[in-house]
Design a protein around this ligand. Structure first.
Ligand SMILES: Cc1cc2nc3c(=O)[nH]c(=O)nc-3n(C[C@H](O)[C@H](O)[C@H](O)COP(=O)(O)O)c2cc1C
Length: 274
């Protein structure tokens, strides 16, 4: 079966699909000929859909994607440069949440947008674990605290550098500085055997954090939890991820209780220009 079909009544032979294919899988013999795929294209294609997206006349249909399957594109949908810059600069790590659950449809929307994040070879390895029962999240925070206590003796230098003693002391006084009482915890996990997994999960979560801010939701990376999920057997057991999967990052998500009135500065960028 061919990788794609060309509707010759629509194809203008403009060569956009040829020039845009990242793997050089589409050829035109000359300016008059219609695009064809090279031999073995099906095995090499990374299924990015660029050829379908770049064709102005809907002339190309991949065997897994038609122009009608795709979302519309319009410059009118883009936020302005100033709005985008403000969103990215004003996003904060949100650690105080309203006592209000986040609807699953809102989380679905976050995941759906985050799935448009880039991934190496378009491998899209990210899987999601969503926990939105407060008691379950608290139980996981307790396991993280157990990991911190274990680390105090097993790796005292690490525990000291990360001030685990302070997190444990707060927990014992009833304050959760691990998962912060968040109503939802979203974990990105993926096969550890796939090289793109770490970057893909990190980028998808970054998309999610920014998009959450635009929706009036607050998020914070759950770094302690993610470390425990990677290094502490009781946490691995509690999460019960599919075989071969590891967590590559997680976000606490909820409605922000506090509002910010200014944007702190960052350190000067360290740049080498050549
Ligand atoms: C990978 C990663 C892990 C993080 N883990 C935690 C965490 O476990 N708990 C927490 O309160 N903040 C965590 N943060 C948030 C950082 O502390 C925060 O990004 C930083 O202080 C800058 O503040 P801002 O995000 O509000 O600009 C983490 C951030 C990243 C990128």
């Amino acid at each position: 079966m061919s990788l794609f079909q060309i509707d010759e009544s629509k194809c203008k032979r403009d060569g956009f699909c040829v020039s845009d294919c990242p793997s050089g899988l589409i050829r035109m013999k000359n300016k008059e000929s219609f695009p064809t795929s090279i031999e073995g294209a099906e095995e090499i294609c990374i299924k990015c859909g660029h050829c379908v997206a770049v064709c102005p006349t809907e002339a190309i249909t991949l065997n897994f994607l038609s122009p009608q399957d795709c979302g519309p594109m319009s410059k009118d949908f883009l936020p302005s440069e100033g709005q985008t810059s403000y969103l990215m600069r004003s996003r904060r790590s949100i650690r105080r949440y309203k006592d209000k659950p986040v609807d699953r449809s809102a989380i679905m929307d976050l995941i759906s947008v985050a799935s448009h994040a880039p991934s190496g070879h378009n491998s899209q390895p990210v899987n999601w674990l969503v926990i939105d029962k407060k008691n379950d999240i608290k139980d996981l925070a307790a396991i993280v605290v157990d990991w911190m206590k274990f680390t105090l003796t097993a790796q005292p230098e690490l525990a000291a550098a990360m001030h685990f003693d302070r997190v444990i002391a707060a927990w014992e006084k009833g304050e959760d500085r691990v998962l912060r009482g968040a109503p939802t915890l979203v974990t990105a996990h993926a096969p550890s055997s796939l090289p793109p997994s770490q970057a893909a999960c990190t980028i998808a979560l970054t998309y999610m954090e920014l998009y959450a801010a635009s929706k009036g939701l607050g998020a914070c990376w759950a770094g302690y939890y993610n470390a425990a999920a990677n290094f502490f057997d009781p946490m691995k057991k509690a999460l019960a991820l599919p075989p071969g999967h590891v967590t590559f990052g997680a976000l606490m998500i909820g409605y922000p209780r506090n509002h910010y009135h200014r944007i702190p500065t960052r350190i000067q960028p360290r740049i080498i220009w050549r």
